[in-house]
Design a protein around this ligand. Structure first.
Ligand code: PEP
Length: 251
């Protein structure tokens, strides 16, 4: 099974109307002839309209970094899945470690968002990963397995047909301390094998991204590993040259 590589930029809480325009115009130009891999940028909510108007008709898709699990109602400050669809989003990041740690998101709330995203026709990019302490205690498989099971046990493995998984060890996110390709591959293989216990076809087809200090210098080696299908990229997605180089490494 050949899986098409995917690179997703996570802008986090960065950007402005002026800087987004420059960034996106350079990304569009840099990726115009890229046909062998997919790319997505996930922008803050207020810029989705701008991102839509600049990226529509290009080979770069866009999405959001979170969403509410219900579609409308008295939920001050929340943004619904259907609102993201209104702005042309195709993807949404679910369960990022910053949401889990800074905003108290749990396996349960992440699972509810995952399902609501799919109900709205969005592709959830579901994040999993262990902390440094958990890795040191040899708990990586337990933590990542638990996070993965929070989806598979509730909804069945088939839901992964319309989803992307991302392994993002917390110690590597925003740290300049990326996992080595071997470390990342080990966990990606663990994830794929765990899915295969339930459904071998789904396991073979699902794209599993690696995230955590991906740069142009390490992308090609990471993406060469058999179970790494691309990257979820934070800081380097804010520099057009770096993001383009990472997408090219996936191409
Ligand atoms: C992320 O935001 O998901 C991420 C991986 O960040 P960085 O690439 O900056 O480590």
């Amino acid at each position: 099974m050949t899986r098409r590589k995917l690179v997703v930029g996570n802008w986090k809480m960065h950007g402005s109307i002026a800087s987004n325009k420059i960034l996106l115009e350079s990304i569009i130009a840099g990726l115009r002839d890229l046909h062998g891999a997919d790319s997505v940028v996930c922008a803050p909510y207020p810029y989705l309209c701008q991102v839509q108007s600049l990226l529509a008709g290009t080979n770069v898709a866009w999405g959001a970094q979170n969403m509410c699990s219900t579609n409308d109602g008295a939920m001050t400050g929340a943004v619904s899945p259907t609102m993201l669809v209104d702005y042309g989003c195709t993807h949404v990041i679910i369960g990022h470690s910053e949401r889990r740690n800074l905003f108290h998101e749990t396996d349960d709330t992440a699972a509810a968002r995952f399902s609501a995203a799919q109900d709205a026709g969005l592709i959830p990019i579901f994040c999993m990963g262990e902390s440094a302490e958990e890795r040191e205690s040899d708990w990586t498989d337990y933590i990542v397995g638990r996070q993965l099971d929070s989806i598979i046990r509730r909804f069945g493995p088939h839901v992964l047909r319309n989803a992307v998984l991302a392994y993002e060890p917390l110690w590597a996110v925003g740290s300049d301390n990326p996992a080595t390709p071997q470390q990342a591959q080990e966990v990606h293989e663990f994830i794929r094998k765990r899915i295969a216990r339930c459904d071998a076809q789904v396991a073979a087809a699902v794209r599993i991204l690696y995230g955590g200090s991906v740069t142009p210098a390490n992308a090609a080696q990471l993406f060469a590993m058999p179970d790494i299908d691309g990257g979820l990229v934070g800081r380097a997605s804010l520099q057009a040259d770096d993001f383009v180089a990472i997408c090219r490494a996936a191409n």
